[in-house]
Design a binder for this molecule. Structure first.
Ligand code: AMP
Ligand code: MG
Length: 404
């Protein structure tokens, strides 16, 4: 796998396909049990199988009266019991009805519920129904949602609030999830200083570290903060050597063409390296390699490039290593609220917002400008070799699709 295979620029989907294939050959092995409340963002290692029917018993969808439809002749019925949610009813006495509330079990023998709004309570307490009744109405049958033994969530599902609620509905107190991938974050660059220290001449604050660490945590990773790495081969080699127990080394910077490329040197010496020139903007240079067997992804250093290449390439790679199938962000088509005159040879991801249903772009799309992404709600994809007039269709990828 070598950038030389493709003399031109590597299309984004080809780079993604390669990364996903690499991910599938290096699955994160190892599972752990977590209590349900700790499962948010984690990936199921085994399917969640229903251990019971849902609902476990037929119940009422309404506050009203439960009856056997055959008992309703038009003559008012005696109310023989009152069934609240959480109670265990008696079998329904033939020829009577039961007062029943939403979520309460249907008594044995009843097959129909009429809502209280359509019930007339006579002075003697008996009840008549004013509307025609249909057998089974307002009854939630046992197993309507799920049958015992059904797979409700397959292995590889990423747990979120909804999945956690679903697991809880099936009584799952613990889940078996993939262990957290250990990901080391390396920021390269002599110019970088961590926030909290004064800036010297020529220095800037390290923004990628904060961005990537927060993002990786949201992805359920255990982050190893490898700090800032000076542009120096010996230091680079030593730093990478110290990261032998991680699942991925994620570095930023130092992959631009023509630059003193110490990450690349270290990988060539102690492992292998593929340097890809991607047809992506912001982005373009991306390194994939191994250092002494540990996978390494080198993202470009400009913060907006880091954002786009992590979101569209490294994030799917990491999720696929966890066994997640759906790793690509959803996007939708919107009308461009801007003009794009110059066709590019790279696919552009413009930081954009929706205004009145149209995508408008941040005026400064420089790859060094992270503020554009903070302003944005999503990325507008402009395909290679295309121009756009206002109103043309473009794909809009919400940042919320990739930021977690
Ligand atoms: P490089 O890929 O090392 O040539 O970096 C490209 C640009 O991104 C340069 O302007 C760097 O100063 C900048 N850069 C690299 N890493 C970071 C970082 N961690 N935080 C902010 N800017 C960075
Ligand atoms: Mg650099």
């Amino acid at each position: 796998m070598n950038g030389c295979d493709h003399p031109g620029l590597l299309p984004v989907e080809e780079a993604l396909a390669r990364l996903l294939a690499l991910a599938e050959s290096a699955p994160i092995a190892g599972d752990e049990q977590v209590v349900l409340a700790e499962a948010d963002g984690r990936v199921l290692a085994v399917p969640l199988v229903a251990g019971l029917d849902l609902p476990p018993w037929a119940n009422s969808a309404m506050d009203g009266y439960a009856l056997r439809l055959a008992d309703w002749t038009g003559e008012p019925l005696v109310v023989s019991q009152r069934i609240l949610a959480g109670s265990a009813p008696q079998p329904l006495q033939p020829g009577t009805c039961a007062r029943i509330f939403t979520g309460a079990p249907l008594p044995e023998g009843a097959d129909t519920v009429e809502m209280q709004e359509n019930a007339d309570v006579e002075s003697d307490g008996r009840v008549a129904f004013s509307e025609p009744l249909r057998q089974g109405q307002n009854v939630r049958p046992q197993g309507q949602e799920t049958r015992r033994g059904e797979t409700v969530l397959p292995a590889g599902t990423r747990m979120g609030p909804i999945e956690m609620g679903l697991a809880a509905s099936l009584g799952a107190a613990e889940l078996t999830v993939r262990r957290r991938p250990r990901v080391a974050v390396v920021s390269t660059g002599d110019e970088l200083v961590p926030p909290g220290q004064p800036l010297g001449p020529g220095q800037i604050y390290n923004s990628n570290r904060a961005l990537l660490i927060a993002w990786l945590k949201r992805l359920g990773c255990a982050v190893v903060d490898a700090g800032i790495l000076a542009d120096d081969l010996e230091l680079t080699r030593a730093a990478l050597t110290g990261l032998s127990d991680v699942d991925l080394i994620l570095s930023t910077g130092g992959v631009s063409v023509g630059e003193a490329d110490f990450l690349g040197h270290a990988l060539r010496e102690e492992g292998e390296l593929a340097l890809w020139k991607l047809a992506i903007k912001p982005g373009k240079p991306l390194t994939f390699g191994h250092f002494r067997g540990v996978p390494v992804i080198g993202l470009p250093g400009n913060p907006a490039s880091t954002l786009v290449t992590f979101g569209l390439l490294a994030r799917p790679y990491l999720l696929r290593r966890l066994g997640v199938q759906e790793v690509e962000p959803l996007g939708f088509t919107v009308a461009a609220g801007f003009v794009w005159k110059k066709p590019g040879n790279r696919r552009e991801y413009l930081r954009a917002r929706l205004e009145h249903g149209r995508a408008v772009i941040y005026p400064n799309q420089s790859s060094g400008v992270l503020r554009s992404a903070a302003w944005a709600e999503g990325l507008v994809e402009v395909l290679e070799g295309t121009t756009l007039a206002e109103g043309d269709s473009v794909r809009f990828i919400p940042l919320s699709e990739i930021q977690a």
